[in-house]
Design a protein around this ligand. Sequence first.
Ligand SMILES: CC(C)(COP(=O)(O)OP(=O)(O)OC[C@H]1O[C@@H](n2cnc3c(N)ncnc32)[C@H](O)[C@@H]1OP(=O)(O)O)[C@@H](O)C(=O)NCCC(=O)NCCS
Length: 156
Amino acid sequence: MTAPPLRFRRVGEADLARIMEIEAAGFLHPWSERMLRSELSHAWSVVLGAAEEAPGPERLIGYVIYWLVHDEVHVLNVATAPEARRRGVGRALLEEALAHGRRKACRLVTLEVRRSNAPAQGLYRAMGFRQVGVRPGYYAEEREDAIVMTLDLDPR
Ligand SMILES: CC(C)(COP(=O)(O)OP(=O)(O)OC[C@H]1O[C@@H](n2cnc3c(N)ncnc32)[C@H](O)[C@@H]1OP(=O)(O)O)[C@@H](O)C(=O)NCCC(=O)NCCS
């Protein structure tokens, strides 16, 4: 399906309830409100939301959380509301993060993903990320491995 026209904007305190709703639908161990608030407070952290361009009240349908540190974009989290998946929202959010990184002269994007998370790995591979390592038992609750993936950011 074609990607819907999306509007991207920084997430604020008023969006936390909706972000936590999407978190809860997407993860076995969703981030807590405290963790999300802490990302909103760091100068190096970006919480970017996506909403569909549609009449009526705005509704966030996805978000990405990333850090800009030196020449690196580190993606901590990306999620799309279940009803909006496979419509290009996750890819569009990551593209926004990459574009921001390029504007800040970043050269590398890094992330960790659960070994069992095939949808996320599918998204990252589709965007050109490559597996560069494994952190054994990184996700402590299930002792699940993290796959470390990176993407070189060429200036455009
Ligand atoms: C992973 C996630 C963010 C993908 O978001 P999305 O908006 O559905 O992804 P997109 O529609 O942008 O997908 C782009 C491409 O990624 C790949 N992809 C996305 N979902 C996939 C799936 N379930 N299986 C395989 N590949 C998938 C495909 O190549 C897809 O392109 P296509 O639809 O043309 O085949 C979403 O499934 C999600 O929120 N999952 C729960 C939270 C999560 O695990 N986040 C990742 C944390 S590391």
